[in-house]
Design a protein around this ligand. Structure first.
Ligand SMILES: *Cc1c(COP(=O)(O)O)cnc(C)c1O
Length: 370
């Protein structure tokens, strides 16, 4: 049977769900010229704060900008050392580098791919000021361990929740457990804009006030600039689109969970490593399996028009932009394992059982042939 390609993600499906309600409001927004910040962004900030149960949410123009401003208001200075996992998207360290602070890369847990606190402890050194746990692939990092470790060592915790909108650790939303939490609304994220966007959440009113000023050329009062500012404002159109999508997010996340459950069941007898699910509140931004035959499996799926992804094929300790850190590859065995063996399968809201079963069947075929 000839069947259509299965993508890694399906943003057109999401657009269909919001288009009708979105378009008339978009026309109004354009008519009123609310392009940068404005009422749609104010509204989305309130809704998102409510969604993650945070007292404050500050909208910005990307997840990278969110991390940058979060580190600034956390008081991170040039030369400060910041613990970050070695297996993540590079943006996690950009903010550290923008400030002139020093990333201290840590290995990840063997099963989850999230930062390994036992390893972080070994890498602690004088001048370490903060830790940036990433809730990788949508699964909460162990925030209980991280908060205890941070408290003991007087570290600020800034969560990179770019992949984990709505994920919870012991009933608390990720992003709201540390001092500051950063989200990305890059189109492919679980909650994605029609372009670039991001958010910082915090319970600290003073930090929130400074963040609102910093994103807007550091002005609380028009044309009075109290410090070095940024143009990190969220666009009105993004706030509007994100409000419309947020209304569906719980339902859309359940659809991802449904796909994940089907994969976990359908692939369980095969000689591959399935994602280790520690938390029921995983939001499955990505579904990453691991096998030493990753590249051959990828070719096999590709030949059947099933898209796959690599998240991420080169860990941070081997990135050219970080070679000045002179990291020894051998001290990141688990990050190495994820990067060399990990394969992201299609997972998205709107994915049908027929599609999921086709992926499962194709993977079975691959291992039968072996
Ligand atoms: C996407 C992502 C970011 C950056 O977000 P942008 O909105 O693309 O700037 C940061 N960290 C992680 C882990 C991400 O996945």
């Amino acid at each position: 049977m000839e069947s259509s390609p299965i993508p890694l993600n399906d943003l057109a499906w999401q657009w269909q769900k919001i288009e009708q309600k979105f378009m008339p409001e978009f026309h109004e927004l354009v008519k009123h010229g609310h392009f940068c910040l404005g009422p749609a962004v104010d509204q989305f900030e309130k809704e998102f704060a409510n969604f993650v149960n945070s007292p404050e949410a500050i909208a910005v123009n990307s997840g990278t900008s969110a991390l940058h401003l979060a580190l600034i208001v956390a008081g991170i200075k040039p030369g400060d050392k910041i613990l970050v996992p070695a297996q993540t998207f590079v943006a996690t360290v950009w903010a550290v580098l923008y400030i002139g602070a020093i990333p201290v890369l840590c290995d990840v847990e063997k099963d989850t791919g999230n930062i390994d606190i036992a390893d972080a402890e070994k890498r602690l050194q004088p001048g370490t000021k903060a830790i940036i746990p990433v809730h990788l692939y949508g699964q909460p990092a162990n925030m209980q361990k991280i908060m205890a470790f941070a408290e003991k060592n007087n570290l600020i915790v800034i969560e990179d929740a770019a992949q984990a909108h709505g994920a919870k650790f012991q009933g608390k939303n990720v992003g709201t457990i540390g001092k500051l939490g950063c989200f990305s609304f890059y189109p492919g994220k679980n909650l994605g804009a029609l372009g670039e966007a991001g958010m910082i959440v915090t319970a600290d009113k003073a930090l929130a006030k400074r963040l609102r000023s910093l994103r807007h050329h550091a002005q609380e009062e028009r044309y009075i600039h109290n410090e070095l500012g940024f143009n990190y404002r969220m666009e009105g159109i993004q706030g509007l689109a994100l409000s419309h999508k947020l209304a569906h997010l719980t339902e859309w996340t359940d659809m991802r969970r449904h796909v994940a459950k089907r994969y976990l069941q359908g692939l369980k007898d095969l000689p591959l490593t399935l994602p280790e699910i520690i938390h029921d509140d995983h939001v499955y931004h990505l579904f990453v399996i691991r096998t030493p035959k990753r590249d051959a499996l990828r070719d096999h799926l590709n030949a059947q028009q099933i898209a796959t992804g690599l998240h991420y094929p080169v860990p941070l300790h081997r990135q050219p932009c970080l070679k000045h850190l002179a990291c020894a590859t051998k001290s990141f065995p688990h990050a190495e394992n994820f990067s060399s063996q990990g394969l992201s399968l299609p997972i998205y809201s709107g994915m049908t059982d027929t599609q999921t079963d086709r992926v499962i069947k194709a993977i079975h075929q691959f291992f039968e042939k072996e």
